[in-house]
Design a protein around this ligand. Sequence first.
Ligand code: ZN
Length: 288
Amino acid sequence: MTPTKIDGLVGTRTGDRCGMDEGRVHRNCPLCGAAPPGGEPLRYSHPDWPLKKCPSCSLVYLEYAPAYVRLEEEFGFTEQYDRQWERRLKEQPILARLDKWTMWRLGMFGDPTPASGMRAWARPGPVLDVGCGTGDEFEKLDDGYIPFGIEIEKRAAAEARAIFQKRGGQVLNADAVSGLAQLPEKYFNGVAMWGYLEHETNPKPALEGVRRVIKDDGIVVVKVPNYACWNRSILGNKWTGFWHPDHTQYWTPKTMAQLAKDCGFDAHFRLYGRIPLNDYMYVNLRPA
Ligand SMILES: [Zn+2]
């Protein structure tokens, strides 16, 4: 199959959708739209970033999320990842080191990467990485795949673009919602949202955008921290899944299945994908 080339794409930002307050966006529940409950935030909250649990759909989310503009550099993922490890090593040296040294345990649950997901389930042709970072994941894909990406962090997007363009793909430096809106309908065989849906301020419009650009027989591979895992109950606010304010909502198998359904997908949890032993949840979405 010869892929159609998408030329002349320029990253843009449509602007934030809710009230802005010094770089923060106030949000209703990003899953069901209900107003945030009053009263004290959850005990896991950071003092500057109140965490709430929606009384109608049970999603746990930040009532205020950082505005997109701050993600372009200040809270960009690649910067924040290094900062987060430094902070954890300083504050909880034993726990953080143990976590880092035992990353191999994630391997017990198969070979979960976006590239392996594409190889296993997506037909060769155009594939899209939403929040592609510097592009090192889709760089590993076999030749038959044409890598595309959307990345809000400027520097990372430029690095990924250099790699993807050589293979006939493209990278948009944009937030996911406005990036997806620029891509053609029913174009992609596969989409990766890997460590992404916990960050996105507007997860529903983003997944609806994916529904528009994916083919009817395509697949979306998703990885997010699982708020319903045992480690969260045991470790409390020391759980590895808590990143304030990077993670703007915390999914469980129940809320993830609801999000999928609302956006026109069926959720298929991978075998190891929702067991509470695992800090992460792995789910494949297929157009319903
Ligand atoms: Zn809700």
